[in-house]
Design a protein around this ligand. Sequence first.
Ligand code: NAD
Length: 434
Amino acid sequence: MSSKKNFYSSIYKEPGPKLDRVSPFESMMERFRFAAETLNLDEGLFKYLASPEKQITVSIPVIMDNGNIEVFEGYRVIHDNVLGPSKGGVRYSPDVNIEEVKALAAWMTWKCAVVNVPFGGAKGGIRCNPAELSQGELERLTRRYTANLLGIFGPDRDIPAPDMNTNEQVMAWIMDTYSMNSQKTEMAVVTGKPVILGGSQGRKEATGRGVVTVTLAALSKLGIMPNKVSIAVQGFGNVGTVSAQLMYEQGAKIIAISDITGGYYNKNGINIPEAIQYMRNNNNVLEGYPDAEKITNKELLELECDVLIPAAKEDQIDHTNADKIKAKIISEGANGPVTASADAILEEKGVMVIPDILANAGGVTVSYFEWVQDRQGYFWTEERVNRRLNRMMRNAFDNVFGVSENYKITLRQAAYVYSINRVATTLKMRGIYA
Ligand code: NAD
């Protein structure tokens, strides 16, 4: 075991003292390495899974509205396709780079495996500032990126989805470009499409709905009734509003919500439908929300409450504030809201952290449903989508919880152990093609 540990470290060097990881790749690899050690994973399989299967960089020439040619850089990384075609979002951002995309692609592998959907992991991106591009420029950029990756994308090969700064419209352009080149409509090449173009009912709410399913499962393990809990939700966007609304419907008291404008606290509970309505009438921000005391986003995290749902952005709980967290359960709606250095402190305090790869996997689960429906050409009701989503999320929680009890490890470690074991076992059975 110890020589194997040295081997893992020779492939991935442990970055010294418990500092916060700056790179998402390091943070992901640290967790991967721990799971490999716990499983005593074969060295060859570790090497295989530590390196992405394909990394593609493309130049994307676009004729801008002023007639000039601009060249953008785009990426697609396929981490693996062991469990099935690879799946992962495409982000448009000025600082996206291949290292970040590599880490996020591996993250998708573990996320798909944890909820048992038959997909491998991938991620893509274009380095651009979408705020500075016109609709026409965005469309030409998206279509040329898709055209450059025609040999990579495909319903049986690699299936993109929305991510940071990409949306239903961008997915519709990808689907159309791919279809035009295939000379047939190919809906299943991309997920997160508008419902009218083969998108799924319930996709928009799926991530928040999944957060709530696993939160309820965790509460039941602790023997706590949902209508007796107080909850703080950081971030009041897609994931945060749906999580808050559904927990509110369960009778929970949502004592604080927040967005980019700050936190809003009411110890007697916030009326969530009213807060959502207020935000919609107020340029989509909570600024000035009347029925609460204004606090900071940092104060929100440290409130006395049973459940904390960070649903805004990464790195919110780190070694500087982890010991001030009072919640019994943290349900990670966002990706990476708790840093690796905070994990140990929260474990010491006995806080149950439902990790992002499990808690927010409802989105990829309904993306899988969308792909299934597109391939069947038969579309489900929202009720059926939600029922199946609930079942898959509940099973995933129970599987991870079982691993955490068996190995006496945290839910985060267990989620990685569960998913890496699943991918590695499948890989062993498939064997290495020579
Ligand atoms: P969103 O843009 O709809 O909402 C984000 C919310 O966070 C907004 O209310 C925004 O004001 C707030 N916010 C931004 N910066 C903040 C800050 N510094 N402090 C406090 N609040 C801040 O985004 P979303 O789709 O709800 O995604 C939220 C998180 O969930 C992200 O980490 C995303 O990667 C993750 N996630 C989303 C999905 C999905 O299906 N939407 C799936 C998996 C993971």
